[in-house]
Design a binder for this molecule. Structure first.
Ligand code: ADP
Ligand code: DP6
Ligand code: CO
Length: 323
């Protein structure tokens, strides 16, 4: 059969997804809103092959277990009505499991490559639903630019959609506090937060409202509101995590240092807002013209550890090789 290579970019949530109402189908408790990034992505090649006795998976040239991708490939096989095993080769142009959303680009690329390799031609909504089954954040990485993941109420209604491009020159700086793998996966920690954090119900109510406010702020090109909502959603997520049992945070002292620089920039009149995910790294949402000033402010503490990026494109097929 044909080997298909797909590329999907990571996305950073401005309004976070944190917690599954249905862990099997990956249905979230709240909507979330994200920005797909231009400079971080995953390339994945999938080929369904007659001679294989099991799925094969390599990441960055190293053989991997298939515990997570085989159940995902089973969904694709069921959809396509095939029963061949697959050879999957993936390369991350993003640190893996470091809180920089490798699972988002990974499962968006795998959804697109595997479905095409299996002979399916899914539209973006169907791809978004399929990617969701691999990793929640991947639901949004099917699209370029800004996307909203509607939490929905079942498999058919929980998918992401693109949001209109605002008249804002959005930029994001990534402060690499630690690019190594996180001590606890997002999956395990969010389950424990749902189960044990007394703040979780408040998070759901508030974050769901914030997602709607974000859509409005973007439609109005109101960057101060977009930035404020972004920082608040992240801080509220981390507060909810901190209150879980056992108490936990992904943050390190350097995370707080970077956040303090962002707050000082704002006090100096520069629009910059911090957002942190399941890891200590700090992403700064700003406008393109502000990037040099922000780089300058980070120079003393984070020289050589800041990457600048802009909105990125939708997932796409970048290669097809016929036998
Ligand atoms: P991150 O913050 O990077 O999204 P997660 O804990 O959510 O961290 O996801 C990391 C996991 O995603 C990895 O342990 C691996 O199972 C999976 N993953 C990452 N990159 C790939 C890839 N290119 N292909 C398939 N799975 C991947
Ligand atoms: C903090 O999508 O990695 O980045 O659905 O279990 O694979 P699973 O988790 P994942 O969680 C992402 C959490 C987050 C916020 C976000 O991306 O919305
Ligand atoms: Co992830």
């Amino acid at each position: 059969m044909t080997a298909i290579t797909a590329r999907a970019h990571t996305n950073i949530a401005l309004i976070k997804y944190w917690g599954k109402k249905d862990p099997k189908l990956i249905l979230p408790y709240t909507d979330s809103v994200s920005l797909t990034l231009n400079d971080f992505y995953t390339d994945t090649t999938v080929e369904f092959v007659d001679e294989l006795a099991a799925d094969q998976f390599s990441l960055d040239g190293q053989a991997q277990v298939t515990t997570k991708i085989t159940p995902f490939l089973n969904l694709v096989r069921d959809l396509a009505g095939i029963n061949l095993f697959a050879r999957v080769e993936s390369t991350n142009h993003v640190p893996t499991a470091a809180g920089l959303a490798s699972s988002a680009s990974a499962y968006a690329a795998l959804a697109l490559a595997a479905s095409r390799a299996a002979g399916l031609n899914l539209d973006q909504q169907a791809l978004s639903r399929l990617a969701r089954r691999g990793s929640g954040s991947a639901t949004r990485s099917i699209y370029g630019g800004l996307a909203i993941w509607h939490r929905g109420e079942d498999d058919a209604t929980s998918f992401a959609e693109p949001l209109p491009t605002p008249d804002l020159d959005l930029a994001m700086l990534v402060v690499l506090v630690d690019a190594g793998p996180k001590p606890i996966s997002s999956r395990n920690l969010m389950a424990n937060t749902v189960e044990t954090s007394p703040y979780y119900p408040a998070w759901v109510t508030h974050n769901q409202q914030a997602a709607q406010q974000m859509v409005t702020a973007l439609a109005q090109n109101d960057f101060a509101a977009v930035g404020h909502l972004t920082e608040q959603s992240s801080m509220q997520m981390h507060a909810t995590i901190l209150a879980s049992d056992p108490a936990f945070t992904y943050w390190t002292p350097e995370t707080l240092k970077a956040w303090a620089i962002v707050k000082q920039l704002r006090a100096d009149g520069i629009p910059a807002y911090a957002t942190m995910d399941a890891g200590p790294n700090v992403k700064i949402l700003t406008l393109g013209e502000q990037v040099p000033k922000i780089l300058n402010a980070l120079q003393a503490d984070f020289a050589g550890r800041v990457l600048t990026t802009t909105p990125g494109p939708a997932a796409k097929v970048i290669g097809a090789q016929h036998d």
